[in-house]
Ligand binder design. Structure first.
Ligand code: MRU
Length: 368
């Protein structure tokens, strides 16, 4: 997908492959700034502070973080391995909900372990990070093709000339991945196929990924969209202004329950009440085969309550933070919620569209 500049969210610096470059997502949409990540500790900070965020991108960043760790590690073999293990533990501890982080680190560690000496391990670390990034691009592209079929099907049942109204929550866009996005990939495919689409973009408090990131992406791509405060979706659904909801996922349990940004569950409930299809789009790296029951077992990140009590805005050329609640009131900041499988119409992965259930998921990935 080449409509963006930069075209990707993460890459090796031109002329210096010891530096990883990413977009600073904390200051979008106001400023497009590229950040250099020069060692694994900077990758740890970038994930924790949400310079990079979104489940697939967190995983890819961690894989590049391990590559940077391999460059920093001592040359002696045992000390090298110990350094890599310590780095992987720190990377794993950055954010708890997106399983892509564990998936990418395990995949990298396994590959690196086959290197016969530290130099061979460095070569493998960069190869596997690049491979994980490329796979994510391809998986998201395929998700877009499968999702496009769903959009076409719904449009075929509307009157000629009518628009397909899509609602999405948070940012499951190319900024959350490497390219394309998950929930946005069918949207970009539909847009380039000239289908009449319009996207309702949920604000997504407290960090406003919908307004800051999804709206920015869609605007740059020329996709028609409208901003919505988080609580407006139910009203629109009651008034037939939403044809389909499509969201991403940070972790999908074996039973099809899906964790995504806080507020997703409420959208799914309203969709169910109004008989509106609700799809979850995610690559297989977001499926946690070890978790049987998403609601009971998926770890939900709790972030600092300042994110609830303060809001960021752009004034002049500065990002300002203002208090929006009584300073001394306690606040809770749950980052994610889990939508039960029974409320999900289907899960779209790189293998197709499947029922949100253990049978559906295992049917899609036989042998799991
Ligand atoms: O806290 P974030 O911004 O990392 O949360 C992101 C989301 O919840 C996304 O919807 C999810 O990671 C899917 S991204 C393709």
């Amino acid at each position: 997908m080449n409509i963006n500049n930069p075209t990707r969210t993460i890459w090796l610096k031109e002329g210096d492959p010891t530096i990883i470059q990413v977009i600073d997502q904390r200051i979008l949409p106001h400023k497009l700034e590229i950040v250099d990540l020069k060692n694994y500790q900077e990758v740890v900070f970038a994930i924790k502070d949400m310079i990079v965020r979104g489940a697939p991108l967190i995983g890819v960043s961690a894989a590049y973080g391990l590559y940077l760790a391999s460059l920093e590690a001592p040359e002696e073999s045992t000390a090298f391995d110990a350094f890599i293990n310590k780095a992987s533990e720190e990377l794993l501890a950055t954010r708890p909900t997106a399983v892509n982080l564990h998936w990418a680190i395990n995949k990298s560690l396994q590959a690196i372990s086959h290197g016969i000496n530290p130099q061979a391990k460095i070569n493998i670390a960069i190869e596997i990070a690049n491979k994980i990034a490329e796979e994510d691009v391809e998986n998201c592209r395929k998700i877009g093709e499968f999702g496009l079929d769903i959009f076409k099907d719904i449009l075929s049942r509307k009157n000629p000339g009518e628009t397909l109204n899509i609602l999405t929550h948070c940012n499951a866009g190319w900024l959350a991945c490497v390219e394309w996005g998950t929930a946005t990939s069918p949207i970009y495919h539909a847009h380039s196929s000239n289908l009449p689409i319009h996207v309702w973009v949920d604000e997504t408090r407290p960090r406003n990924q919908g307004f800051n990131l999804t709206a920015w992406e869609l605007g740059k791509a020329g996709v028609s969209h409208t901003l919505l405060v988080d609580n407006a979706g139910g009203h629109l659904m009651q008034h037939e202004k939403v044809d389909i909801i499509i969201v991403g996922a940070d972790r999908i349990a074996r039973n099809g329950d899906a964790a995504n940004k806080i507020g997703t569950y409420l959208k799914a409930l309203a969709a169910y009440d109004n008989k509106i299809p609700f799809y979850v789009a995610a690559p297989s790296s977001s499926i946690d085969w070890n978790i049987k029951d998403g609601i009971r077992e998926i770890a939900i990140e709790e972030r600092h309550n300042d994110e609830v009590k303060y809001i960021n805005g752009w004034e002049g050329d500065t990002l300002r933070r203002v208090l929006i609640a009584p300073e001394n009131s306690p606040a809770a900041n749950y980052g994610f919620d889990v939508t039960p499988a029974r409320l999900i119409t289907g899960i779209i992965t790189e293998r197709g569209i499947w029922e949100a259930s253990e049978e559906g998921l295992v049917g899609m990935f036989p042998g799991r």
